[in-house]
Write a protein that binds this ligand. Structure first.
Ligand SMILES: Nc1ncnc2c1ncn2[C@@H]1O[C@H](COP(=O)(O)OP(=O)(O)OP(=O)(O)O)[C@@H](O)[C@H]1O
Length: 262
């Protein structure tokens, strides 16, 4: 999966997003999102993480600039944009007669209509293998557990090998081992030179896997930088109103010790 690396960073400037008359983001700039890195959007419920991700994916209207490879993504046709950007939603429908393999093939063929049956089969199986769900290939989506469905959804996004991959809480239904597996796949996808943006609620996971952590709060960027720089007691108090300490384990990973509500 090393073809299709990103052509450069993603620069979001002056972005405004509304639902009807309700403004969620007003003229917001984001720090540059670099290919090769895992960028994480974090922040409290309702902070706007999904809205921002869906605006970047072109699923809701936005104004401003989302600059990539010398173009504003907002000016591209929906089809061209969807070729560049892969999006994994927060939830997928539980009832679907397709098998996991067929759903991954369908996702691939949507954007590569001319692809041969053999190549698409190989790509789909390899995406399932990469996520560790090859054994679920022939299972109907509707018969999967919540976590298995989340992994299938991830395979549907990955198989297209987008230059920009956007994932809305891809680990929310997963057990600890699968959380780590998915984040390590995200890291390796990023290291292939792609842009990877992940919405995460789990701050320990974010601290351990994000190259860049962007905290959203009240429709603005509260802070951004490496986890070591931005994940502080002060930030947890001001953004989440929680009293907590951030520690560093002997192996280098970060952990949170929560004392209570601030
Ligand atoms: N379709 C919609 N119409 C109107 N307002 C919406 C819509 N979707 C979301 N909102 C509002 O936009 C704001 C941001 O919501 P969003 O879902 O982006 O937050 P979030 O940070 O992803 O939250 P969570 O962590 O709970 O998933 C919230 O105030 C929410 O109520």
């Amino acid at each position: 999966m090393t073809d299709n690396p990103a052509k450069g960073p993603l620069d979001v400037q002056g972005l405004t997003v509304r639902y009807g008359r309700t403004v969620i983001f007003n003229d917001v700039d984001l720090p540059t999102i670099q290919p090769g890195e895992v960028s994480v959007f974090a922040g409290p419920n309702g902070a706007g993480k999904s809205t921002l991700l869906r605006a970047l994916a072109g699923m809701i209207r936005a104004s401003g600039e989302i600059l990539y490879d010398g173009r504003n993504l907002l000016d591209l046709t929906a089809r061209r944009r969807a070729e560049l950007v892969g999006f994994m939603p927060q939830s997928i429908a539980a009832t679907n007669g397709l098998t996991v393999l067929d759903s991954v093939l369908a996702s691939l063929r949507l954007f590569s209509p001319g692809i041969s049956a053999q190549r698409s089969q190989d790509a789909a199986l390899s995406a399932l293998e990469r996520i560790g769900i090859l054994h679920l290939a022939m299972r109907p989506l509707g018969q999967l557990s919540g976590g298995q469905r989340q992994l299938a959804s991830l395979a549907q996004s990955l198989v297209r090998k987008p230059q920009i991959l956007l994932l809305d809480e891809p680990t929310s239904a997963l057990d600890l081992r699968h959380q780590v597996e998915v984040m390590s796949v995200m890291k390796s996808v990023a290291r292939e030179g792609r842009i990877v943006i992940v919405v995460l609620h789990d701050l320990s996971l974010a601290a351990n896997w994000a190259d860049q952590l962007i905290f959203l709060h009240d429709g603005r960027v509260a802070d951004a930088g490496t986890p070591a720089d931005v994940l502080t007691s002060d930030l947890l108090r001001s953004v989440y109103r929680v009293s907590a300490r951030v520690g560093r384990a002997a192996g280098g990973g970060a952990y949170l010790a929560v004392d209570g509500l601030a």
